[in-house]
Design a protein. Structure first.
Length: 678
């Protein structure tokens, strides 16, 4: 909220604008509403008609002519912010269209009129003003398109139009300097210019909004398509505005600047790939989870992309995307997916992992989560990002917990955050992520990244191996110069509580739920802690955390097998052969496949020296050998040489220029990289 002096100044500005009489038409021109499908809740409409408002999990009875300046609202300012944005106007508009009951319109009219009467222009921050103006126009359009609509009551059309003109004038002169708030504020200018041309008689507002929206698109969406704040939630929020501009421009016959479509389509590419197989996004860096299939459907129509439509409809329409292993190196997100529902598994049952190995993100939304992963399989998340929960720092400061390194699926060092905590934008040095490499072959993908922190001198390297589209190996290496406490952590869903058990299996310790086994090689101690999961802002649930602490060591290696379980499936045996003096680490996994005699051997080499894997001699960066029911197959990446001799059979591959991948099996022989994207 503004100070009294600022409110008085805003009132003066409003009075000056009020000297110009603005004659409105009966209704605004219809505009495309990009959020319309998200706000069709009849229960919300009924509650608002009764004067009850629910935001961030808190319900207040305030009436339909409330005191908008009340000081006894919840301490978390987000409650008042959401209330003042008027999203519920769309729910009221849809309720009128469905029922014909004008109580929904009358409730909206009373709420809007009392807001105009009580709240001075400029009282809210610019982004809140922008959202409110958009939502007033959207709701007004909905009411006007309803059968039997004869106009707003008591001259409210002119009052609303005048108020919007005042708010837009203030907004244009108080735009947020950059990033997502500026985008939505500019979109409010754009929508107003289209819907209420009497507010933009010379067209300058529309021209300004289009030029600045394009500038924001080019500066805020990186070349790889990821928004500069590196938040999955805010990426989708910004994408709504940019897609809304594109669709409204098409409907109104407006030309957009060159390169607008190219950058926007790339942003939609990230949106399509970051959705999990269950249709929801991972809640990375100040995010809620949720589905944005409506945006992908819109993008499919705009860009004629049947793969976007396929992702939006869980494979019901369109054509499956080609990529399984998607990379977004500027934003630092890397995705592994077993398929798109065209093979043995349905769309929702496919395996999925997203790896965070990039910048903290501009602004204050970034969490301290370098090398964090989220993993899903069989229609649900297995390892989950806890989300954001709140922006409030009230005791016990949940804001700090949800941003912390310990609240993510990575390794914490000495209980410290990778970047020193601040509620908003960091000051001083921040943790740095460096993506090292990605190696891919059919059915085999390897990711490798590194994290360093200003809080400690330890270097954390993480390798992720995705095997046969079935399971993962995660190898964490931590190297320091003095003793530390390391803690490898995995956060699970609330539904896992009461079903998570810790058990020993040969040289492994297993944390097992009915859906997943986390198999740890040679773990000395595995604990279960209470954590939290917040699917939406203000709502949190208790959820278990699997913790592997290791005290007073200068270096550590953690090896984790993440294995989705089907009913009746046994937990595999996991062995690791690794030595500091040898250039290769070999993982052996027994009985991971559908047959009882399946074994996998996976090798990672950091040198150009030859190593043995089964009967093969390899000079490659990564290899995977599977033996099952008397058959063998091999995948190798970054291959310089491959030799195999068995009885009268011999195989040899060698090249001065390493092959991206080589594939061999005992029926089809050898296949080389064909240049396709995997």
């Amino acid at each position: 909220m503004f100070a009294e002096a600022e409110i008085k100044q805003a009132e003066m500005e409003s009075a000056e604008m009020g000297s110009a009489e603005i004659k409105s038409r009966m209704t605004p021109r219809p505009v495309f509403c990009v959020i319309e499908k998200a706000y069709r809740n009849r229960d919300v409409a009924e509650e608002v008609c009764a004067g009850r408002f629910t935001h961030i999990g808190i319900t207040l009875e305030l009436g339909v002519e409330p005191d908008w300046m009340a000081r006894d609202l919840p301490a978390d300012e987000e409650w008042r912010i959401e209330w003042s944005k008027f999203y519920y106007g769309l729910d009221l508009g849809h309720a009128l269209r469905e029922t014909g009951d004008h109580k929904y319109l009358r409730s909206w009219e009373r709420l809007v009129r009392t807001w105009i009467d009580q709240v001075p222009v400029g009282f809210d921050t610019s982004d809140v003003t922008g959202r409110r103006v958009q939502n007033w126009i959207y709701a007004w359009n909905l009411f006007a398109s309803s059968p039997g609509f004869t106009g707003l009551a008591g001259g409210l059309e002119e009052q609303i139009t005048t108020s919007i003109a005042h708010q837009i004038d203030h907004l244009r002169n108080h735009l947020t300097p950059e990033r997502n708030h500026r985008t939505l504020e500019l979109y409010a200018l754009f929508i107003t210019a289209l819907a209420l041309p009497e507010v933009d008689r010379d067209g300058s507002l529309n021209e300004f909004a289009i030029a600045e929206l394009h500038r924001n698109l080019m500066s805020d969406i990186r070349a790889d398509g990821v928004h500069r704040e590196s938040s999955t939630h805010y990426h989708m929020t910004v994408l709504r505005s940019f897609l809304g501009v594109r669709e409204n421009a098409r409907r109104f016959g407006l030309a957009l600047p060159d390169q607008y479509d190219e950058r926007l389509e790339q942003a939609c590419e990230f949106a399509a790939h970051c959705h999990r197989p269950d249709g929801l996004i991972p809640a990375l860096s100040d995010s809620d989870t949720g589905s944005y299939g409506d945006l992908l459907e819109l993008a499919a129509s705009i860009f004629s992309r049947p793969d976007f439509l396929y992702a939006a409809t869980a494979g019901q329409r369109g054509v499956a995307p080609r990529k399984l292993f998607a990379s977004f190196p500027d934003g630092g997100y890397f995705i592994q997916r077993s398929g798109w529902g065209e093979g043995r598994d349905s769309f929702g049952d496919e395996r999925y992992l997203i790896f965070d190995c990039g910048p903290l993100g501009d602004g204050g939304h970034g969490h301290y989560d370098l090398l964090n992963v989220e993993i899903a399989a069989r229609g649900r998340p297995l390892v989950i990002d806890p989300g954001r929960y709140t922006y409030s720092e009230q005791a016990p400061n949940w804001r700090r917990w949800f941003k912390s390194t310990a609240a993510h699926n990575t390794v914490s060092v000495d209980g410290l955050d990778q970047t020193p905590y601040r509620r908003g934008k960091p000051k001083g040095p921040i943790a740095q992520g460096r993506f090292i490499k990605r190696l891919s072959a059919p059915g085999f993908d390897v990711l490798c990244g590194e994290a360093t922190s200003p809080a400690y001198e330890v270097v954390h390297t993480r390798q992720i191996f995705f095997i046969a589209g079935e399971y993962w190996i995660i190898a964490d290496r931590l190297r320091g110069a003095r003793p530390h406490r390391f803690d490898l952590r995995f956060h699970l869903l609330p539904e896992s509580e009461g079903h998570l058990v810790i058990e020993e299996l040969r040289n492994n310790v297993v944390a097992r739920t009915p859906e997943c086994a986390l198999v740890f090689h040679s773990a000395s101690r595995v604990k279960i802690e209470q954590g939290w999961y917040a699917p939406t802002y203000g709502i949190k649930h208790t959820a278990p955390v699997v913790s592997l602490p290791l005290d007073d060591v200068t270096q550590a290696d953690f090896f984790t097998l993440v294995f989705p379980l089907k009913p009746g499936r046994q937990v595999p045996v996991f062995q690791v052969h690794s030595h500091e003096t040898e250039p290769v680490t070999i993982f052996e996994i027994s009985n991971p496949g559908p047959g009882r005699l399946t074994t996998d051997a996976v090798a990672w080499s950091e040198s150009k020296e030859s190593f043995a894997l089964g009967l093969f001699n390899c000079r490659a960066s990564a290899c995977w050998l599977r033996k099952s029911a008397g058959r063998e197959s091999l995948r190798a990446c970054d291959v310089r040489e491959l030799r195999w001799v068995s009885g009268s059979k011999a195989l040899f591959f060698g090249s001065e220029n390493p092959a991206r991948w080589v594939m061999w099996d005992d029926r089809n022989g050898i296949t080389l990289d064909d240049g396709r994207e995997l």
